[in-house]
Design a protein around this ligand. Structure first.
Ligand SMILES: [Fe+2]
Length: 198
């Protein structure tokens, strides 16, 4: 049973953002299904890692749009992204170390945060980004990245390749930075470099 059902109010009507939001919802639902059907820790870990990588990639895309268009509430929005990433990466590290289990409370945190963010803060930037002045740039961005975003129902290993390619495109990282063995402190560091912080 799905934990999150997509409802019309989730739509931003910006195709690339909606596709990515649907993917995030799908990954949380996959994680819930794996939990409910008693899948082993390795399978759960793969899904947790996939969710972390995809969330970071999607956040970077939104932040790229904010940067390109001078969105005035970007700082507050980035803080929300950082909070989710911090919580998820911390959980991932603890799960990997055997200090935490995937519980219903963890799944509820992930689904609640995602739904509230998609239906709340993400809705705030839509009017700003979709004014006539900015829409052409948005369409250019969509065209530029569409080839790397065949997202939703691709659940096999090729999805990881797409995620890595996406991540490289947005952050200008080397292949080494997107290696499977990259730990979460490196992920955070990469994000800081992407944002021009030291
Ligand atoms: Fe967001």
């Amino acid at each position: 049973m799905a934990l999150i059902y997509w409802i019309p109010s989730f739509n931003t009507n910006i195709d690339i953002i909606d596709q990515q939001h649907r993917m995030l919802v799908d990954l949380v639902n996959q994680l819930n299904e794996a939990h409910q059907t008693g899948k082993d820790r390795q399978i759960l870990l793969k899904l947790i890692e996939k969710l972390g990588v995809y969330a970071a990639t999607h956040f970077a895309r939104e932040e790229d749009l904010f940067e390109a268009h001078g969105y005035p509430n970007a700082d507050e929005h980035l803080q929300e992204h950082d909070y989710f990433e911090d919580m998820l990466f911390q959980f991932e590290d603890e799960f990997k170390a055997g200090k935490q289990d995937l519980t219903f409370n963890v799944l509820m945190f992930l689904s609640d945060w995602l739904v509230n963010h998609i239906n709340g803060s993400d809705k705030d930037y839509i009017p700003f980004l979709t004014t006539n002045k900015k829409i052409s740039k948005l369409q250019d961005l969509e065209k530029r990245y569409r080839g790397n975003s065949s997202i939703v129902d691709d659940r096999d290993s090729s999805q990881n390749k797409v995620l890595k390619e996406d991540k490289k495109l947005y952050r200008g990282q080397s292949e080494a930075d997107t290696n499977e063995t990259t730990d979460n402190s490196s992920k955070k560091k990469s994000k800081m470099v992407y944002r021009g912080q030291s």
